[in-house]
Design a protein. Structure first.
Ligand SMILES: CC(C)(COP(=O)(O)OP(=O)(O)OC[C@H]1O[C@@H](n2cnc3c(N)ncnc32)[C@H](O)[C@@H]1OP(=O)(O)O)[C@@H](O)C(=O)NCCC(=O)NCCS
Length: 384
């Protein structure tokens, strides 16, 4: 399976190739293979433990499928893995014509082909088959029995996945350097622990508000709107990842407990996680999601922007405390960009061309939902 390099590899368009869910041992074999690309500072065995730990999280334990492209003539558990990836089922909202529905979607990740098998069309074949399979995979209990969209985050630019229907969406970010200096007179924020994030960013009230906003927007413009539901499970998954790294790489230190920051008066909140890379330069504190009410007057706007700036300062400090090089957040709104300008006017919006390109495959048109779709809350929490 993992060691085999058959003398005659099948061609990428061979009718003998099939895309199937991996058996338990094939899943481990595929993790071992892709460890070359993604284990980062962990050794292979610890990387496998990380993957098993993440699989047990609420977000993924029922909805994760590890897919392998194999030759149908080979026996289960001893098949040569030609290419592999994962899909994660998630809850989402779909709004169109004054109606909001809860739907399911899939995120695709860990697309991989071992170096010696590359360029033979295996990843392409896998994605061609996967794109179709995910339209109905795990959708038995759905009212529509089909997905209307799936997403992935490409690290290899905008073209490769587009050929299978995953179109690139806006993929921008801003970063601020980590800093050990104080709040700079920018107001006092409250540290958020896990339960605070649940209350301030994931409560029924917050999710209902999102639903209402999507409803109103769907009455105002014709195109469908989707959002991956920013439920607490997402945050817990990201934190399971950061805590796993922290425990393994910094065993002498208590795992990180500050999971975000907020300002109760301005009602602005964010949740973050720490991403540990191979070098301190690769360590990034990502803001996973922001929650605030759209201001209705210039005075309200000032309150919100000032609070965001103070929260960003707090994030910079937290990044510094954890030996991260920077704080980063995806697709900042104009208000958040104003707040960044208060913290550091030199910072610019970056449009990514290669890494973490948010891509969405829309199949709603065939279901009468129109040609276009707007992706709401295209923030880092959606990444898997
Ligand atoms: C990307 C990857 C899965 C492609 O696997 P593969 O089986 O060699 O791909 P295929 O033979 O089916 O397709 C080759 C195509 O992929 C494109 N491709 C491969 N690597 C690429 C890269 N880093 N950037 C852009 N395109 C790339 C090639 O340009 C080629 O396109 P062409 O047919 O138009 O010439 C493989 O190179 C890999 O595992 N890379 C490391 C992990 C990774 O980056 N995964 C993607 C995460 S989003």
């Amino acid at each position: 399976m993992i060691a085999a390099e058959p003398p005659n590899l099948p061609s990428g368009d061979s009718p003998d190739l099939i895309l199937v869910p991996a058996t338990a041992s094939e899943r481990i074999a595929s993790i071992r293979l892709n460890s070359v690309a993604w284990k980062g500072p962990l050794d292979v065995e610890t990387y496998i433990q990380r993957e098993n730990h993440l699989l047990q999280q609420r977000l993924t334990r029922d909805g994760l499928t590890c897919w392998v492209l194999v030759d149908r003539r080979e026996a289960e558990d001893s098949r040569t893995i030609l290419s592999s990836c994962e899909s994660y089922r998630k809850s989402a909202l779909l709004a169109r014509d004054g109606r909001v529905e809860k739907v399911s979607t899939h995120g695709v990740g860990s697309v991989y082909c071992r170096p010696e098998f590359r360029g033979k069309g295996y990843a392409k074949r896998m994605l061609e088959e996967l794109s179709v399979k995910l339209e109905t995979w795990g959708m038995e209990k759905e009212e529509r029995r089909r997905s209307v969209f799936t997403v992935l985050f490409s690290d290899i630019g905008k073209k490769f996945y587009a050929q299978f229907g995953w179109r690139p969406f806006v993929s921008s970010h801003m970063s601020l350097k980590a800093t050990g200096t104080g709040s700079g007179g920018m107001g006092v924020t409250r540290d958020l622990f896990a339960e605070d994030v649940q209350k301030c960013l994931c409560s029924e009230v917050v999710l209902d508000k999102l639903r209402d906003q999507m409803l109103v927007a769907s009455r105002e413009s014709g195109s469908a709107k989707i959002a991956i539901l920013p439920n607490f499970d997402h945050f817990v998954w990201h934190w399971a990842r950061e805590e796993f790294y922290a425990e393994n790489l910094m065993p002498e230190r208590e795992p990180p407990v500050v999971k975000g920051a907020g300002d109760d008066r301005a009602r602005v909140y964010c949740a973050w996680n720490r991403n540990f890379g191979e070098t301190p330069e690769d360590n990034v504190l990502y803001i996973l999601r922001w929650v605030y009410d759209e201001p209705t007057s210039p005075a309200e706007e000032e309150v919100v922007v000032t609070a965001m700036a103070a929260i960003l300062r707090r994030a910079q400090q937290e990044a510094h405390e954890w030996n991260m090089s920077k704080v980063e957040f995806w697709n900042p709104t104009p208000l958040l960009q104003k707040a960044v300008a208060l913290v550091d006017p030199r910072v610019e919006l970056v449009h990514r061309e290669k890494d973490s390109i948010s891509c969405l495959r829309w199949t709603g048109e065939e279901q009468g939902l129109g040609k276009d779709v707007e992706w709401w809350l295209n923030e880092k929490y959606t990444w898997c």
